[in-house]
Ligand binder design. Structure first.
Ligand code: HEC
Length: 147
C-alpha cells in the first residue's frame, strides 16, 4: 500500500550509484512501484476464487448424486469484501449480489432432481454480474454449467 519506503530506498540506491549509470536507475524507480500494485490480490478476488473452486466441487457432487452439504456462509462477504477497483461497486452491484446469494441458497433448498437446474441458475447469476464489470473470468465461470 505505502510506496514511500520503496521509493525512498530506490532513491537512496539511485543517489548512491549516481556516478555509474544514472539513466538506467531512474527507469527502475518509475517501474517498480507500479508492478508492486499489480500482484496484489483483493479480498473480493480471493473470495471469487474460492467461489469458483467450491462450486466446481459442488457441481461434481450434484452430477454424482452425492451429499452437497450446506450453503457456505463465507459467500455473504460478497456484499462487503474490498475490491481491486472500487468502481465495480456501482448502484447495480447490490442487486446482482443479492440475486446470486439467493440462487446459491436455493440449491440447498431444492429437491435432488432440481439441483442441477438451480446450480445453472447460479452460473447465470455469476455471469450476470460479471457481464457489466469484469468479463475476463466469464469463460471459466461458463465451464461450471451442468450440461
Ligand atoms: C455481484 C457481482 C458478482 C457476482 C455475483 C460474482 N462475481 Fe466474480 N467478480 C466480481 C468482481 C467485481 C470481480 C473483481 C474482484 C476484484 O478484482 O477485486 C470478480 C472476480 C472474479 C474472478 C477473478 C478473481 C481473480 O483471480 O482476480 C473469478 C474467477 C470470479 N469472479 C468468479 C465468480 C464466480 C464463479 C461467481 C459465481 C459463483 C461470481 N464470480 C459471482 C463480481 C461478481
Amino acid at each position: 500500500m505505502n510506496k514511500l519506503p520503496i521509493i525512498f530506498l530506490l532513491t537512496f540506491l539511485l543517489v548512491s550509484c549516481q556516478n555509474k549509470k544514472p539513466a538506467k536507475e531512474i527507469k527502475v524507480v518509475n517501474e517498480v512501484p507500479a508492478s508492486f500494485d499489480m500482484y496484489k490480490t483483493s479480498e473480493m478476488a480471493e473470495l471469487m476464487r474460492t467461489m469458483l473452486a467450491k462450486n466446481k466441487v459442488l457441481k461434481e457432487q450434484i452430477v454424482n448424486g452425492e451429499d452437497i452439504g450446506h450453503f457456505n456462509e463465507a459467500y455473504l462477504k460478497i456484499h462487503t469484501a474490498k475490491l481491486t477497483d472500487s468502481s465495480d461497486l456501482d448502484e447495480t452491484y447490490p442487486a446482482f449480489a443479492n440475486h446470486f446469494i439467493k440462487a446459491q441458497k436455493e440449491i440447498f433448498a431444492a429437491s435432488e432432481k432440481e439441483r442441477a437446474e438451480k446450480f445453472n441458475d447460479v452460473v447465470d447469476a455469476c455471469i450476470a454480474c460479471h457481464k457489466d464489470r469484469c468479463t475476463g473470468p466469464i469463460p471459466r465461470i461458463e465451464k461450471l454449467r451442468i450440461q
